[in-house]
Design a protein around this ligand. Structure first.
Ligand SMILES: Nc1ncnc2c1ncn2[C@@H]1O[C@H](COP(=O)(O)OP(=O)(O)O)[C@@H](O)[C@H]1O
Ligand SMILES: [Mg+2]
Length: 219
């Protein structure tokens, strides 16, 4: 469903690209991990996939349409959901209002459906006692589960996450990765996770390593 075509990117120096000539395909219903050392360009790659920045070379296609044709604003609103390391929730809002706001902004089919939002939050272990609390009073693990719930309640078929378990302990890490697997397998979405933790990557359906400007699939 998502495809990169001869994708390349550099910041200042064209002769020192972070990656170049990248041809990858990401399918619905699958999860993908992108591994690599710090500074190799994983976040940069994700920002291109998420429509936050434009390729310097090549193209990214959703189905058979270039993101340029779709328009990055339109793409970000309807096609992609992003989970950051630092949760990036709507501050001062409750978990419930985070989900309702996201569904409203993205014009999701369940927009306004509190029962649907509550079900998703409850499924992720955000109980009724937490649903209406200010998210800033939740633990890191709880906040990250709300961030994941927010991607689940919206219709975007592509879910990307940058080091989503970077701030979490072992138990929360496992819970979060299990949820990403459910998003891929039960919601039939395409999940792409950047991580530097091999244990996290090993739980995804496919693993790529970004090294020496290239992506290599690990067996
Ligand atoms: N806005 C920017 N301007 C210039 N260089 C940048 C910018 N953002 C990141 N870089 C550099 O690009 C390289 C890749 O960064 P990044 O994509 O964040 O790597 P990773 O996520 O793999 O750690 C790093 O050397 C970083 O310093
Ligand atoms: Mg990074």
């Amino acid at each position: 469903m998502l495809k990169t075509q001869d994708l390349g990117y550099w910041y200042q120096d064209k002769t020192q690209p972070l990656f170049q000539g990248i041809n990858l395909t990401f399918e619905s219903g699958k999860s993908y991990a992108i591994l690599g050392h710090s500074g190799t360009g994983k976040t940069t790659f994700l920002s291109l996939i998420a429509g936050l920045d434009k390729p310097k070379e090549g193209d990214i296609l959703l189905g058979d349409q270039s993101l340029k044709q779709i328009g990055l604003t339109n793409y970000r609103r309807h096609d992609v959901a992003i989970v950051f390391q630092a949760y990036n929730l709507f501050a001062y809002m409750s978990p419930m209002n985070n989900l309702l706001t996201a569904m409203a902004i993205t014009e999701a089919k369940h927009a306004g459906d509190r029962a649907y939002a509550k079900q998703i939050l409850n499924d992720l272990g955000i109980g009724d006692d937490l649903i209406d609390r200010n998210v800033q009073h939740l633990s890191g693990g709880q906040q990250q589960r709300v961030a994941i719930a927010r991607t689940m309640c919206c219709d975007a078929r592509l879910v990307v996450a940058d080091e989503p378990t970077g701030n979490l302990d072992e138990d929360n890490t496992k819970a979060v990765i299990d949820q990403f697997q459910r998003i891929a397998h039960e919601q039939n979405k395409c999940v792409i996770i950047v991580t530097h933790e091999p244990d996290v990557a090993a739980q995804c359906d496919h693993q790529y390593r970004l090294e020496n400007k290239q992506f290599t699939e690990l067996a």
